[in-house]
Design a protein around this ligand. Structure first.
Ligand SMILES: NC(=O)c1ccc[n+]([C@@H]2O[C@H](COP(=O)([O-])OP(=O)(O)OC[C@H]3O[C@@H](n4cnc5c(N)ncnc54)[C@H](OP(=O)(O)O)[C@@H]3O)[C@@H](O)[C@H]2O)c1
Length: 383
């Protein structure tokens, strides 16, 4: 296994999942800045190679090594898009938590995963690698849940995909108080322990909007078939409604080690370190519709999806800027969706062909320049 982003929340949990499992050998570890933790991980897992602060090219080299069978992607941002494409093209399995891979690059990576599946379907139509999901495996708990619900089912018998969302820490906070939300408060997620960026995205519901776009690519369904339901307990991780009215859901405790492990062992299952859910202890599970007026980031993402890859790439690049600015205090909580909307409006309607990787990298840089807040333009975003 090559693990990109080994020092982060997903990366550390991925190492925890395979620690001591003889079925896996860590061949390569890559991290951004945390050299101390990378050294500790290297001492324990003894990879052939480690890379700190590498460029996309350095990660491509790791991901396509001959001795790598599976690449686990736990980086945020666009840096892993090139390595993911290169790994798939080299016939490696990719298990990804990274959202840019699908939100910005779904139109690029899915055809490669589908082509790999096509080749394998000819040899073994019922085999795990006969499906694009055998090659591009989701780690996000919601997409893992959908994947598990879809196992053995026909995709053309799906009526709706239902993504659940915890609703974040401000689900019931009066909207008038949103502008005063501090990063400290937003970083306290009620049910999940995750990296800072995704925790803020959960508080704005931008995360759920990004997940709708990911689901559209992974499962090849229309946006109109994807619903979002608020479920504060985070026990039901997502569900699939079939044409006969049967609703299949996947339940588990909020522990990313379970979806990480499923992505590694698919189509098999193994005992896990994650605690099993206890329905009696849970006593009741609540569900309600999301309020897109209070949480406009979800609406903005839902509108960006059908606009196409320029819009979704603009959305996720802008979200990176917006969250960084919220965390550094230069944008308030209500400014996050305003910035997203401004970016999608300005960069989302592109007449030309869908963006390639170079276009996506250039777009990200352009959005960073436009909204980073140093030019004074971002302060008035949407005002
Ligand atoms: N955390 C979760 O539970 C969760 C759940 C679902 C989806 N996701 C998604 O998974 C991705 C990662 O999330 P996270 O919460 O794990 O983020 P995180 O804790 O911030 O970790 C990000 C990782 O990427 C590394 N990194 C940054 N630049 C790099 C580079 N150039 N080369 C190699 N590694 C680099 C970081 O290294 P340093 O720390 O050393 O700088 C860190 O290991 C995001 O897209 C997120 O939305 C996360």
């Amino acid at each position: 296994m090559a693990l990109l982003g080994s020092t982060g929340s997903i990366g550390r949990q991925a190492l925890d999942v395979l620690d001591g499992d003889p079925a896996f050998r860590v061949v390569a570890l890559a991290a951004g800045r945390n050299g101390t933790r990378l050294e500790e991980q290297a001492a324990r897992h003894r990879p052939a190679v480690t890379v700190l602060g590498g460029s996309a090219d350095a990660l491509v080299e790791l991901a396509t090594r001959d001795d790598v069978d599976i690449v686990v992607v736990g980086t945020g941002g666009m840096v892993s898009l090139r390595p993911v494409l290169a790994a798939l093209r080299a016939g490696k399995i990719v298990a990804t938590a990274n959202k840019e891979t699908l939100v910005a690059g779904g139109h690029l990576v899915m055809p490669v995963a589908r082509a790999l599946a096509g080749v394998n379907a000819a040899a073994d139509p019922a085999g795990p690698l006969a499906s694009p999901l055998g090659w591009l495996r989701p780690i996000d708990s919601e997409h893992s849940a959908l994947w598990q619900c879809l196992a053995g089912e026909r995709v053309d018998r799906v009526a709706r995909l239902i993504l659940t969302a915890s609703g974040g820490p401000f689900l019931d906070l009066p909207t008038e108080s949103f502008a005063a939300i501090t990063p400290e408060r937003a970083l306290r997620h009620p049910t999940w322990s995750m990296g800072a960026k995704i925790t803020i995205d959960s508080a704005t519901l931008a995360n759920k909007g990004l997940e709708v776009i990911e689901a559209r690519w992974l499962y090849d369904v229309g946006y109109e078939q994807i619903d979002v339901v608020i479920h504060p307990q985070s026990v039901v991780h997502s569900a699939v409604l079939f044409v006969d009215g049967s609703l299949k859901a996947q339940l588990g405790t909020p522990d990313m080690r379970l979806p990480i492990q499923y992505a590694l062992t698919y189509p098999d299952r193994r005992p896990s370190r994650a605690a099993a859910p206890d329905l009696v202890a849970a006593a009741h599970l609540d569900f309600r519709a999301p309020d897109e007026t209070r949480f406009p980031a979800l609406r903005i993402a839902r509108e960006a999806g059908p606009m196409g890859p320029w819009a979704t790439a603009a959305l996720i690049a802008a979200d990176d800027v917006a969250v960084a600015r919220f965390l550094d205090g230069s944008l308030d909580f209500t400014g996050i969706p305003r910035l997203l909307e401004a970016a999608v409006t300005r960069f989302g309607s592109h007449g030309g062909p869908d963006p390639d990787v170079d276009d996506l990298v250039a777009l990200e840089a352009e959005i960073r320049g436009a909204f980073a807040g140093t030019t004074g333009s971002a302060g008035s975003v949407g005002a």
